[in-house]
Design a protein around this ligand. Structure first.
Ligand SMILES: *Cc1c(COP(=O)(O)O)cnc(C)c1O
Length: 338
């Protein structure tokens, strides 16, 4: 089971997204192990390409990443300063007055950033709270102030403009670097760019960055093949029955590896050098079955994610988004880097 990851494509996507926001510095979001692709490899490649600002969700992720990056790389922690967290060498993005006061008490003089809530109601200091502590926060000199857009993947959604104007109103005269946009916000245009942009999914070759290069290829080894006769079924619950003699390949990977069970009977295929081999029967924990009758020769491996069937296409079959497909890819794959 091999997950081939093209680091050059990740770097090219970062460079392309940075070029869409020419007035801003481009960070790199590498939370959840760089969306499942391996932060210890992805982050240093982006550092080499010029990235100096990185974002992860948890302090534990930041601590794991810290040894892989030079000291001048800033690793920002989106969950902020949680009680008891070890934040040495990390920059917490403080999300509430409680986190701000905790952080200043525990880490006086150490770098921090602030997140404001502009309408998503998930993380961030609320407008009323901000009015109350703003002067004190600014006096402590945050590295930057950020917020996050809820609907940036829908350019016409009215929440985008509403959040933009709320962010402006809360930060207009702060004289601190500002950050509002992830991948989707970058594509909304210059009004949304401010001083720092935070692309994540677009680096990894998935929507909403439609112009990104593909990054991942997932190749699954064939364990055995067999011919089934008309009337014979394949897999758990006998959900698929052959209507003619069919050649079936069983490959080593299943829902324990992030190949969601919901792709069963969805019309999805595995690919042999460009030829589609429909997945038949249920996806089980460690195994998938595909109809390879159309192949003259069955190769040693069949691909689930490949140029013919990119991450977002797999996500459509599974009824989810590319983010969930990538971050679900498990630990049993050999991750190889190019
Ligand atoms: C995950 C995340 C990002 C990156 O978002 P993408 O849509 O993957 O580009 C940026 N900012 C915050 C606060 C996030 O949680």
């Amino acid at each position: 089971m091999t997950l081939h990851i093209d680091l050059q494509a990740i770097v090219a996507n970062w460079t392309a997204l940075a070029a869409r926001a020419p007035g801003a510095r481009a960070a790199a979001v590498v939370k959840a192990d760089a969306y499942g692709l391996g932060a210890a490899k992805v982050a240093p490649a982006l550092y080499q390409a010029g990235a100096r600002d990185f974002f992860v969700a948890l302090a534990s992720e930041g601590r794991a990443l810290r040894p892989h990056l030079p000291d001048d790389a800033r690793i920002n922690i989106l969950s902020g300063h949680m009680e008891g967290a070890d934040l040495a060498g990390l920059v917490p993005v403080l999300n509430s007055p409680e986190q701000f006061f905790r952080d200043r008490a525990m880490r006086p003089g150490k770098p921090f950033a602030v997140q404001l809530d502009t309408g998503m109601n998930r993380l961030g200091i609320e407008p009323g709270e901000w009015s109350a502590i703003r002067a004190e926060v600014l006096a402590a000199k945050p590295d930057f102030i950020m917020s996050h857009l809820a609907c940036a993947d829908e350019p016409d959604h009215p929440a985008n403009a509403a959040q933009l104007s709320a962010f402006r109103a809360m930060t207009e005269d702060c004289n601190v670097p500002r950050s509002l946009s992830a991948t989707g916000g970058i594509l909304l245009g210059p009004d949304y760019h401010f001083d720092l942009v935070r692309p994540g999914i677009g680096l990894y070759g998935a929507l909403p960055f439609a112009d990104g290069q593909p990054v991942a290829r997932l190749s699954l080894p064939v364990i055995q093949t067999r011919t089934v006769q008309p009337g014979e079924f394949v897999g758990y619950s006998a959900t698929w029955t052959a209507d003619a003699p069919r050649r079936i390949a069983t490959v080593a990977a299943g829902y324990a590896d992030g190949i969601l069970r919901s792709i069963s009977s969805s019309g999805i295929s595995l690919y042999a050098a460009g030829t589609a081999c429909p997945v038949v029967g249920r996806v089980s924990m460690d195994l998938i079955t595909a109809d390879v009758t159309g192949l003259a020769d069955v190769p040693a491996e069949l691909d689930l994610i490949c140029p013919e069937q990119p991450v977002d296409r797999v996500a459509e079959f599974a009824g989810t988004i590319g983010y969930e497909i990538l971050t679900s890819l498990g630990h049993r794959y050999d991750r190889t880097y190019r």
